[in-house]
Design a protein around this ligand. Structure first.
Ligand code: ZN
Ligand code: FE
Length: 234
């Protein structure tokens, strides 16, 4: 299988996974760059996976579905361009000969889902939408800190070798270049556990940092909330 991040807007990645003949795309906020990639590689689009309702993740869904007849899969409790197959945790999407397990990861939005395939050419693969970024996590637009913390705990518990396909480049410009130079290099859960403070908010150093921001932060959720709030004005 081939995994290609298609850059869109200022810092989005529209992930394309294909086997040389058939392809799926995740969160196509724009149709044109996806159609370009399909044409360039001679691919037929069979599936469109959507993690949440934001326009930068759904703007190209209808055009791509109309142009290709691809099946659309998305979160059951969010409004995305219909018709689509509504999904929540426990569901499995079979496509390209792969099985993607659906995970509920509320926090960035209330109904946000992620797609986890335990075995893609021998390695687990995760499409996490705007839940987890390299070195960070999504902003809490609709969900609570408790929900986001539980969602990140769920992702942190996936195998360390899991390749993580994030939908925004939140890291520095030099990593953006690194990814452009080596486009198959998705991030790994094991690496995120080392570099990402939002996956380790129970660690003493981070608890101490959170208490400097909010002296009353006295449990896991309040500590996570204080650290994530800090990022909003950092
Ligand atoms: Zn979003
Ligand atoms: Fe987004």
């Amino acid at each position: 299988m081939y995994l290609i991040p298609i850059p869109a807007f200022t810092d989005n990645y529209l992930w394309l996974l294909h086997d040389g003949e058939y392809a799926l795309v995740v969160d196509p906020g724009e149709a044109a760059p996806v159609q370009q990639a399909l044409a360039q590689h001679g691919l037929q689009l069979t599936s469109i996976l959507v993690t949440h309702h934001h326009a930068d993740h759904t703007g190209g869904v209808a055009a791509l579905r109309d142009a290709t007849g691809a099946q659309v899969y998305g979160p059951a409790s969010e409004s995305i361009p219909a018709p689509f197959t509504p999904l929540k945790e426990g569901a499995t999407v079979h496509t390209l000969g792969l099985d993607f397990q659906v995970l509920d990861v509320p926090g960035h939005t209330a109904g946000h889902i992620a797609f986890y395939a335990p075995d893609v050419d021998g390695q687990p693969l995760l499409f996490c939408g705007d839940t987890l970024f390299s070195g960070g996590c999504g902003r809490l637009f609709e969900g609570t800190p408790a929900q986001m913390l539980a969602s990140l705990d769920k992702l942190a518990a996936l195998p360390g070798a899991t390749r993580v396909c994030c939908t925004h480049e939140a890291t520095l410009g030099n990593l953006r270049l690194a990814l452009a130079a080596e486009p198959d290099k998705a991030d790994l859960i094991a690496q995120e556990l080392r570099i990402n403070p939002f996956l380790r908010t129970r660690q003493a150093s981070l608890v101490a940092a959170a208490r400097r921001l909010d002296a009353s932060a006295d449990d896991d959720i309040a500590i996570f909330a204080a650290l994530r709030q800090w990022k909003n004005q950092f």
